[in-house]
Design a binder for this molecule. Sequence first.
Ligand SMILES: Nc1ncnc2c1ncn2[C@@H]1O[C@H](COP(=O)(O)OP(=O)(O)O)[C@@H](O)[C@H]1O
Ligand SMILES: [Mg+2]
Length: 337
Amino acid sequence: MAAEHVVVIEDLVKEYPVRGADDTVQLVALDAVNLSVERGEILGIMGESGCGKSTLAKVLLRLEPPTSGRVEVDSEDIARLTKSQAREYPRKVQMVFQDPYAALAPRMRVGAALEEPLAIHQIGDKPQRRQRVEELLALVGLDKSLAGRYPHQLSGGQRQRVNIARALALDPEVLVLDEPVSALDVSVQAQVLNLLREVHQRLGVTYLFISHDLRVVRYLCERVGVMYLGSIVEDGPSEAVFASPMHPYTLALLHSIPDHQAAEGGTVSFRLKGEVPNPIDRPTGCAFHPRCPMAQAICTLQRPPLRPVGGKRFSACHFAEDVPELGRQLAQEATVS
Ligand SMILES: Nc1ncnc2c1ncn2[C@@H]1O[C@H](COP(=O)(O)OP(=O)(O)O)[C@@H](O)[C@H]1O
Ligand SMILES: [Mg+2]
């Protein structure tokens, strides 16, 4: 039996009109994203800044309409919800943002901030909501006395815990976490990641965990989708993807982790050439080809589809099957030097 998918994204495109040299041009922030999320899994989305991660989150939250393509949550097309379905949508999908400061209203006490979504959705009476606020605080490891505090009286880590509790208040099916620990100190990052893991174990809520930080994704996520210039270029179980990437972009990302910098100066050079191109001027064929050390003529001409490459893995590379060998050479080089 196929796994049950809570989110199904098909050929999702999101364009933003931006001012070009002499007229308006379309910036393609999402360029045919294909992705399915299994109920209860922790799916990591990683990629460099500007590759479309936050745009993907915003479309999924219905904060931005798609230009084309389809997003289904619980088998409903989220662009075609009825008014009442749209009102109830926040009970299905919630979001935790990167900046724990900006996300909380400065003049609202923690207790009120946690109670607000319950009140909006008319859940329980006042004493029941108070009770729920205490449960939520306990769930994220905060003392109930914090309910009376204002956001500025909390540390960054405490504030992000409050944001997580608020996102969980309506008991959503999917939690979209957009760089939720990136703004925190490293020691606090680990605590919040552990909390997220515990909450996942306890509630079984599905996570779409967005991060540019590979180490964080590797630590938390069972499966990973790698994004490049608005598309998913590799998708598979984290362990397998990190052990042996099947897209040269993933391989390049792994080799830019500081641990691997020891490999510098070896004979097999694998450095990303140049910068991420501007999404207004997307390269032809494979969008990664100008930076790819493996690129051949076909890569400039034909866009490789995201295709199955065995073992629940997918890659959008014409030469996906050749990538593991290159990875082995790089690993060997790293141990020699
Ligand atoms: N509202 C917007 N108007 C125009 N361009 C945007 C807008 N939001 C995002 N972009 C552009 O879309 C691309 C993807 O951005 P984003 O989704 O924020 O990437 P990421 O979260 O991976 O850093 C970037 O080139 C960004 O400049
Ligand atoms: Mg972002």
